[in-house]
Design a protein around this ligand. Structure first.
Ligand code: NAD
Length: 526
């Protein structure tokens, strides 16, 4: 289908166009290329974290719906309609999806903000880049991904060739904090590699992932190749983890959930590939040679407070060298107190709510325990008082804690909210020791003007992603993933493509000499 003839996503207010006659739109499961109701008959609600208003309802799938989705995805894989399609032809579909997504961005940005409470401004910037994931994986798969290998065997009369092939049905379990970005990172490479996919999006924010399923169908993806089944983690998520037809499970979320999924897979007696992008507790090391202290303060504020501190690489443990500590602290407090907390749909807002009442209570508990352990809030440390509907939102002031020892909960735990600790260090050795004294190892950043120090310290940081004089840069070509309790496997780049495929090795004997193992005592074995 030519791009010009593709159905365009109609313009409208949010996603309400889909159900223009009803105030609160309802979304089914996305199964076999169309909307379907859940066999459970259960319905979930998307509540706006800033106001408590109901933004949408959706069909909640359970184990029976997951079973249906996986079986159809498996059929689709076996049919070869997608899995055996030339990678360039698959790429054309993914490129069309990228274009469709671009044309539908305003709807996606609006709904993403309403679902999660993250600022509209952030989603405008972030979702504008999501189509690149489809484009990158489409071109990598077409140009390079499936190129085989001819390993050099020790025998000239045998040829060994290696094919790269897709896995089958891949199960994806995704979180609410970047609903579309994280789902798209995984879906794009899984499909480019020729797999079929079943996604279990988060209960808090399933709508945009459901819509992504619809967009891919509009682009020409065969029915059943991408299924989206929202549902509770303990039912639908668990059923996906245990399903015998799933060849790979790819999860992003909390470390405890990631471990539970490993247990479920083992209990179900399934051996399968598993990628897990888990929690983080990113250190930021600010060295005293940082010439422009204000620039570092601005960078740290972005790292710490974008998404109200709810990203896996949010800067959490800010470590500043003695010589500039006081200057940095004063500038940081002044910047943090200037941040506007408010309605995330308004462009001027810097800090929206956290995602739920439960998450807000968890942050309050963590800050209370941090204070009991000797920490002090030099700014923030409480809920703001907001008027009107926003009074019902789950807001927390951006908070800087000082007096945080390495044993304090604020240093040890991931606080998934707008709360950071500010500590000092003497020298490079102490900075690295503090930074690496965490079970997590996902993101980390360094602020310095000294290029040799930058490389040396980056090499010493025990984390999968590090940045110098910036934070949170992310690209489909660059691997993303952590060490230790931050997970296993990598998203993005050739690394992800390899994780969504496997190899087949074929050895061919070319000589005409008869081989008779039992008739000869000198034949080669292996
Ligand atoms: P979560 O672990 O509560 O939920 C993530 C997903 O898992 C949801 O879809 C949920 O329904 C599902 N789930 C829950 N219990 C399950 C079970 N028993 N079996 C199967 N599925 C289950 O995480 P969250 O609160 O949505 O996200 C926040 C966490 O995710 C943070 O720890 C954050 O650091 C992490 N995260 C990591 C990355 C990364 O790239 N490493 C990116 C984003 C978020």
């Amino acid at each position: 289908m030519a791009l010009a003839h593709l159905p365009r996503v109609p313009k409208g207010h949010g996603l309400r166009y889909a159900h223009a006659s009803v105030k609160v739109p309802h979304f089914g499961l996305w199964l076999n290329g169309k909307w379907a109701e859940a066999q459970s008959g259960h319905t979930g609600e998307v509540l706006n974290p800033a106001t408590g208003e109901k933004e949408a309802t959706f069909a909640m799938g359970d184990a029976a719906d997951i079973d249906e989705a996986v079986k159809s995805a498996d059929q689709s894989f076996r049919s070869g309609e997608w899995s055996e399609l030339n990678p360039r032809a698959r790429g054309r579909v993914l490129n069309r999806a990228a274009e469709l997504l671009r044309s539908a961005l305003p709807e996606f940005v609006d709904m993403e903000t309403r679902q999660t409470g993250r600022c509209l401004r952030e989603y405008k910037a972030q979702l504008g880049r999501v189509p690149e994931w489809f484009e990158y994986h489409a071109s990598y798969a077409a140009a390079k991904g499936f190129e085989g290998r001819l390993p050099s065997l020790t025998e000239a009369d045998h040829i060994n060739m290696v094919w790269r092939v897709p896995l089958g049905v891949c199960g994806l379990i995704t979180p609410w904090n970047h609903p579309v970005l994280i789902a798209a990172k995984k879906i794009s490479v899984a499909l480019a590699a020729g797999n079929s996919v079943v996604v279990k999006p988060p209960l808090e924010a399933p709508v945009t992932v459901l819509r992504l399923g619809e967009v891919l169908s509009m682009a020409g993806l065969p029915p059943g190749t991408l299924q989206v089944v929202p549902g509770a983690g303990q039912t639908a998520g668990d059923a996906l983890a245990r399903h015998p037809m799933v060849e790979k499970l790819d999860f992003t979320g909390g470390t405890a959930t990631g471990l539970q999924i490993q247990r479920s897979m083992a209990e179900a007696g399934r051996v399968r590939a598993y990628s897990a992008e888990l929690g983080g507790n990113a250190p930021i090391l600010v060295f005293s040679d940082t010439r422009k202290v204000q620039e570092a303060v601005d960078g740290v504020c972005f790292a710490a407070f974008v998404a109200s501190g709810q990203t896996c690489v949010s800067g959490k443990r800010v470590l500043v060298q003695d010589e500039i500590f006081e200057e940095f602290q004063d500038a940081l407090i002044s910047k943090v107190t200037s941040l506007q907390v408010g309605n995330p749909l308004e462009e001027a807002t810097d800090i929206g709510p956290v995602v739920s009442a439960r998450q807000l209570e968890r942050i309050e508990d963590q800050v209370a325990r941090a204070k009991a352990g000797g920490a002090k809030a030099v700014t923030g440390g409480q809920r703001p008082s907001l008027e009107g509907l926003l009074g019902k939102g789950h807001f927390y002031e951006p908070t800087v804690l000082t007096g945080v020892s390495p044993e304090n909960p604020a240093f040890v735990e991931e606080i998934f909210g707008p709360v950071i600790s500010l500590s000092r260090f003497r020298d490079e050795e102490e900075a690295l020791a503090l930074a690496n004294s965490s079970d997590y190892g996902l993101g980390g950043a360094i602020w310095t003007e000294d290029i040799r120090k930058a490389f040396r310290v980056a090499r010493g940081l025990r984390c999968g992603l590090s940045w110098v004089n910036c934070h949170h840069r992310n690209d489909p070509s660059s691997p993303w993933g952590g060490f230790g309790q931050s997970g296993i496997g990598r998203e993005n780049g050739p690394e992800a493509f390899e994780e969504y495929t496997t190899t087949k090795s074929l050895t061919i004997r070319t000589n005409e000499t008869a081989e008779n193992w039992f008739g000869s005592r000198s034949a080669r074995y292996g």
